[in-house]
Design a protein around this ligand. Structure first.
Ligand code: AMP
Length: 174
């Protein structure tokens, strides 16, 4: 799960809570950034409340800033951000990106790029019910038209506007 560690907007927290509940309802585990704040915290809290096993991976220097989730089932504290990303990528069976800022964008673009380059074959899904990423995806389509992004890259990622569509795509092995 990649999502905001900043916003406390009610609609986005509700989305995060819904996603956490859906993860638990499916008997899935959550791998997230290990923070207790904002959407990241809301997903983990809801997943855990539903009985899901939650795994949080957080770099040591962010333990205070992102308020490490001490209730997580497995809290992995890494020395570096690179280690965090590697562990999250290794432990996850699929990647879901919710609305977020530059941290989320960075994580999503790296995991999508990795999929396009054949570095992993796990589903890459963006859930965007409110048009948070409208500008980004409009630009990405323009880049495809101009020949900077291949059709195969776009096909390697799913943009979902609803929670059921996102979970259907997460289940689909590429
Ligand atoms: P943001 O979308 O900016 O609210 O950040 C969401 C999460 O991404 C936070 O947990 C950040 O610590 C994390 N983050 C920021 N930069 C990176 C990065 N380079 N690699 C992995 N995670 C990051």
């Amino acid at each position: 799960m990649y999502c905001s560690a900043s916003t406390i907007d009610a609609a986005h927290l509700a989305l995060a809570t819904q996603v956490g509940t859906e993860i638990a309802d499916r008997g899935w585990q959550l791998v997230s950034g290990g923070g207790r704040v904002a959407m990241m915290g809301a997903v983990a809290t809801a997943a855990r409340a539903g009985g899901a096993h939650t795994i949080g991976v957080i770099p040591r220097h962010l333990v205070h800033r992102e308020v490490a989730d001490i209730h997580v089932d497995e809290l992995l504290v890494t020395d570096t951000m690179r280690e965090r990303k590697q562990i999250m990528a290794d432990r996850a069976d699929a990647f879901l990106t919710l609305p977020g800022g530059i941290g989320t964008l960075e994580e999503f673009l790296e995991i999508w790029t990795g999929a396009d380059l054949g570095m992993h074959d796990k589903p890459v899904v963006v859930l965007d019910p409110y048009g948070h990423y409208r500008g980004l995806f409009q630009w990405i389509r323009e880049l495809q038209t101009l020949g900077f992004i291949g059709k195969a890259a776009l096909e390697r990622m799913t943009m979902a506007a609803s929670v059921p569509d996102a979970f259907a795509a997460l289940r689909t092995s590429s």
